[in-house]
Design a protein around this ligand. Structure first.
Ligand SMILES: [Zn+2]
Length: 277
């Protein structure tokens, strides 16, 4: 059994076939999916929880449909909307048992969007809420091409505002170098690889993945984006995490079964879940 640690199940791109897509997901051996609750901004932060609840209430949940979990958070480029009402909404969502993580939150200096200081303030405010609710965080970090600016700022913030909590997190869709991977592991974070690790030009990323200990790995789709080979460019879906996991297993030098078992165990440990699948 595999777990997709990061998928945007609330995307409008699944409006027509969400249930069929989740059935396919189960059928290829994906037992659980973490539905990311960022929507298009804080007003949609609750959508992932809604989807999670409606599918988990079905009798086929865990036997025909994957078990769903949810997160909630304000994406870096939406942090201009991180006002008191949005932060209060986040706090309320993190109090719900199904909402096991705060994210995806972080810093994105690659795309034009919220100013860097606004992103940092929004991140810090959410770290405080996640710490009080004892929820691990899901980090999105993307520097400018050829730079480590966002990573440097991220580690400064995490050292000051997160390390002391003793809580952990996930570096989602990891795209950094070994130095950033090493610092993430040092913080107790898991490193989650997405479909881009399967792309032909991603050898540097595969070289980093090869050095991450099995106990530090997760796999994800980031669906509907970043479909792995051979479906690159298509709408991604959680079942396709299997292709990414297979490539990653080869890179790490274990069987796909060993990689599935390790990443499932890592996910369950991080979020304190009983091994239900
Ligand atoms: Zn995402």
């Amino acid at each position: 059994m595999l777990i997709d640690s990061h998928a945007h199940l609330d995307s409008p791109r699944y409006a027509e076939d969400r249930e069929a897509m989740l059935r396919r997901t189960w059928d290829v051996g994906v037992g659980a999916v973490l539905a990311i609750g960022i929507g298009e901004g804080p007003t949609e932060m609750h959508q992932a929880l809604g989807i999670c609840r409606s599918f988990n209430a079905r009798s086929e949940s865990g036997a025909g449909l994957p078990r769903l979990y949810a997160s909630a958070g304000i994406y870096p480029h939406n942090t201009r909307e991180a006002n008191d009402a949005a932060l209060q909404k986040l706090d309320g969502l993190l109090a719900e048992p199904e909402v096991i993580a705060c994210g995806e939150i972080g810093l994105d200096y690659y795309h034009e969007g919220a100013p860097h200081d606004v992103q940092r303030r929004g991140l810090i405010a959410q770290l405080e809420i996640a710490a009080a609710r004892k929820r691990p965080i899901l980090i999105h970090c993307r520097p400018k091409d050829g730079a480590t600016d966002a990573w440097d700022d991220l580690f400064t913030v995490l050292d000051e505002h997160w390390r002391h909590t003793g809580l952990r997190g996930v570096m989602h869709c990891f795209g950094g170098g070994w130095e950033q991977a090493r610092r993430s592991l040092d913080l107790g974070f898991l490193i989650s690889f997405a479909g881009n690790v399967t792309y032909p030009k991603a050898q540097p990323l595969r070289d980093v993945a090869a050095r991450v200990p099995l106990a530090g790995l997760l796999v994800e789709t980031d669906a509907p984006w970043l479909a792995p080979m051979p479906n690159r460019g298509k709408r991604n879906e959680p079942g396709w995490v299997a292709q990414t996991a297979e490539v990653l297993a080869g890179v790490v030098g274990v069987t796909p079964e060993e990689l599935a078992a390790a990443t499932t165990r890592n996910f369950e440990r991080l979020f304190g879940l009983s091994p239900a699948i």
